[in-house]
Design a protein around this ligand. Structure first.
Ligand SMILES: [Zn+2]
Length: 403
């Protein structure tokens, strides 16, 4: 099926009008061979490089902000309303066994948070789970990574020592670690400790980096490592964020992440807005690069995910044209104006009009209304919300769900 959006963002520095995209989705006999879409812009689906899918409960936790470092928050949030309410549905017994049905359900909701903001891929920072955990989601949650919680708290939540975890990567999959999430001496010392333990390499992705100084950012650029910026979470918890202007000036591969809604904003679009607020001169085009090209580099994913490919369009995000500038248009994304999201040739979410053309097993999908639009989605997020409501005994509203 050939589709022709008004404008196609092929990459962060290549925008073209009237490009015909060869959409690789299984279509019904009699489906239209050509569809013109004059009111939508095309992108490749976005990539959220940092989330804790299990942590997407609300409201945000943190009564003693700003914290000098996030390690204090990790303890403090255990007394928060959100944490205690989540305990009514699922109690973390310390094993971080997220294939537990209740834990899985919350993690799936977290994946929908990402899907409903235009993400096709999310990195779920948690101890590595069993293979089936990663296969249950409506979007792509990569399982090829190793991790450590942080230099200071080590792998308190599960996993081997950071050195052992890094060794297992053999440099071929990412090594992910929170670093410098604070303003005190403890968090300032984490980068030196990282280097001393030989954990700074081209497959290292450092989360946050608030405490990083200019010379540290230069060392990160030289090592070809990546830094994941989570502005909304940082400003909320710590009151400060990464020196992104310096990081970019020195050529650091900066990516963007939401963190969970226990500390971060509602979704990735909130993160775009927080990024612009922290650095008003930062171009939205740079943010798009962070959630596409830079993210595939940091997460060591197939580079196909970084660009929109007109000849073989297996990955596609169509958004209503609201702002004349296709990058600024991204700041307007809400579930309602996502026309279609396809990843790996599978339609994940979109307007129900597409169902006239796509050959889908509708047992795998559900439909709902948001605003004035009828939508289809892979899986059944409303049922997940219902299960939580049934256990809590009242309706729990998750602001990232569009129904
Ligand atoms: Zn985090």
């Amino acid at each position: 099926m050939i589709i022709k959006p008004s404008v196609s963002v092929l990459s962060s520095d290549r925008i073209e009008q009237g490009v015909e995209l060869d959409l690789k989705v299984k279509t019904l006999a009699g489906a239209a061979a050509f569809i013109s879409l004059p009111a939508v812009y095309a992108y490749t689906p976005l990539i959220n490089s940092h989330d804790h899918l299990i942590g997407n409960w609300v409201p945000r936790a943190g009564d003693k902000r700003p914290y000098p470092n996030s390690h204090i928050w990790v303890e403090d949030m255990k007394n928060s309303f959100a944490f205690l309410e989540r305990n009514m549905f699922w109690v973390n017994d310390g094993s971080f066994e997220l294939t537990d049905p209740s834990a899985s359900l919350i993690a799936k909701l977290g994946a929908y948070k990402n899907l409903f903001s235009g993400c096709g891929i999310v990195q779920d920072h948690a101890p590595l789970q069993k293979a089936e955990y990663y296969q249950q989601f409506p979007i792509f949650v990569p399982s090829s990574f190793r991790q450590c919680h942080s230099i200071t708290l080590k792998n308190w939540w599960g996993g081997a020592s950071p050195e052992e975890e890094m060794k297992i990567t053999k440099g071929k999959i990412p090594f992910i670690i929170h670093l410098g999430e604070g303003t005190d001496e403890l968090t300032k010392g984490e980068f030196a400790a990282l280097k001393k333990s030989s954990l700074l390499a081209d497959n290292t992705m450092l989360i946050h980096g608030i405490a990083l100084e200019e010379e540290d950012l230069i060392a990160i650029a030289q090592a070809k490592a990546s830094v994941c910026w989570c502005p909304s979470s940082n400003v909320f918890l710590i009151g400060k964020t990464l020196k992104t202007d310096l990081a970019l000036a020195h050529g650091v591969n900066v990516v963007l992440g939401t963190d969970s809604t226990m500390s971060g904003g509602i979704n990735l679009i909130d993160e775009f807005l927080a990024a612009k607020k922290a650095f008003p001169t930062l171009e939205t085009k740079s943010l798009y690069k962070m959630v596409t090209e830079n993210a595939t580099k940091a997460l060591m994913l197939d580079p196909d995910y970084a660009f929109l490919n007109p000849e073989n369009t297996k990955n596609l995000l169509l958004i209503d044209k609201i702002d004349p500038d296709p990058f600024e248009n991204l700041l307007q994304i809400e579930a309602e104006n996502i026309n279609l999201l396809v990843l790996d040739g599978i339609p994940r979410f979109g307007d129900t009009q597409w169902l006239e053309h796509f050959d889908l097993d509708m047992d795998d999908y559900t439909e709902f209304r948001t605003g004035k639009r009828e939508k289809f989605v892979l899986g059944d997020p409303q049922e997940l919300n219902d299960q939580i409501d049934a256990k809590l005994g009242y309706h729990k509203d998750f602001p990232y769900l569009p129904f």
